[in-house]
Design a protein around this ligand. Structure first.
Ligand code: XMP
Length: 315
């Protein structure tokens, strides 16, 4: 385990060496990039611009929640609203790896344009050790391409600066505490966002369905946790499936899509167990999802698969 105070001093020194002029930083609202952003601000002051990308693949209300978190952390930031660009680059794509690649590329193009405007070629990222290890680093084969690693194509003039790349999660948490970042009881959320929770085509309409279903799962699970009905899961979310099945709406038969609910327990996301939850919780989720997405989603399934053999996300 590192000494946070010593690490901060060294990281600030290294950032000043690596960034002679200005830099932009990709802030996702997660603990890693928020920690990297605050380190960068400490090292570079006004020479750094923290950017939060609203790519249209975020959960409902997320821009507001993340902005609040940045304010509580003391980070100065800007929000870039670029959903159109991301939907255009995902148009017609259904392959999971290709989705990640396109999202990663769209991120890079957005950051290139912003870097140009700010007069820099340095992009600071909150990459931590498990990110590159899982993306085909020294120790493991590629499982999924994490969008924030290896996402800078050879032709990009952006140069990555990664102040946290040797840290593990518990070490980042210690540094974050030291920097005064509030403890957030938030679950992990994949960088490519709802693009990987919408199996099949990524359209604004399907993403909206995933937003509604994810909000229901989050609200109902959090209610059950607060009531002491279940312990806090590692992750809990909904995945929209491109499966057409028959439902009834009033006197009519309708064809709607399906939603799979995923609630898992895990320690480090390397392995996970599908949580045994009360039937009444699943019933409430099913009732709300099919009512709030009436005619659009007609079936709700509970995913009972552990990791391995499945991954936590569907894509
Ligand atoms: P899987 O689905 O591989 O996910 O079991 C392991 C953990 O990583 C999260 N995840 C991601 N995080 N960028 C990220 O920053 C990504 O591209 C990404 N894909 C998956 C996932 O939510 C789980 O916590």
């Amino acid at each position: 385990m590192i000494d946070p105070e010593k690490f901060v001093g060294e990281a600030v020194g290294r950032l000043r060496e690596e960034v002679p002029g200005r830099a932009i930083i990709a802030a996702s609202g997660g603990i890693d990039s928020t920690t990297a952003a605050l380190l960068a601000e400490r090292a570079l002051g006004d020479r750094v611009r923290a950017l939060f990308v609203d790519h249209g693949l975020l959960r409902a209300g997320e821009v507001g929640r993340v902005s609040e978190f940045f304010r509580a952390s003391g980070l100065r930031f800007e929000v870039l609203h670029v959903a159109d660009r991301f939907f255009a680059s995902l148009s017609g794509v259904t392959d999971p790896e290709e989705k990640r690649r396109r999202v990663g590329e769209a991120f890079i193009r957005v950051f290139e344009a912003e870097a140009d405007r700010f007069g820099t070629d340095r992009l600071i990222q909150g990459t931590i050790a498990p990110d590159w290890i899982e993306s085909g680093g020294a120790l493991r084969d590629t499982i999924k391409t994490h969008h924030n690693v290896g996402g800078v194509p050879a032709d990009s003039k952006l140069r990555l600066v990664e102040p946290l790349r040797d840290l593990y999660k518990d070490e980042v948490r210690a540094v974050a505490r030291h920097l005064g970042i509030p403890e957030a009881d938030r679950q992990p959320f994949p960088g490519p966002g709802l693009a990987v929770r919408v199996v099949g085509a990524v359209t604004p309409e399907r993403v909206r369905r995933a937003q509604v279903a994810n909000a229901v799962v989050e609200e109902e699970v959090e209610r059950a946790v607060a009531a002491g009905t279940i312990g806090r899961p590692w992750q809990y979310f909904a995945v929209l499936l491109p499966v057409r099945s028959v439902g009834v709406l009033g006197d009519n038969r309708v064809h709607g899509e399906a939603v799979s609910v995923r609630i898992v327990e895990s320690v480090d996301a390397m392995t996970a167990t599908a949580m045994e939850v009360p039937r009444s919780l699943l019933a409430r989720i099913s009732e709300r999802v099919t009512r709030e997405l009436s005619g659009e989603v007609v079936r709700v399934l509970y995913d009972v698969t552990d990791k391995p053999p499945a991954t936590i996300e569907w894509e």
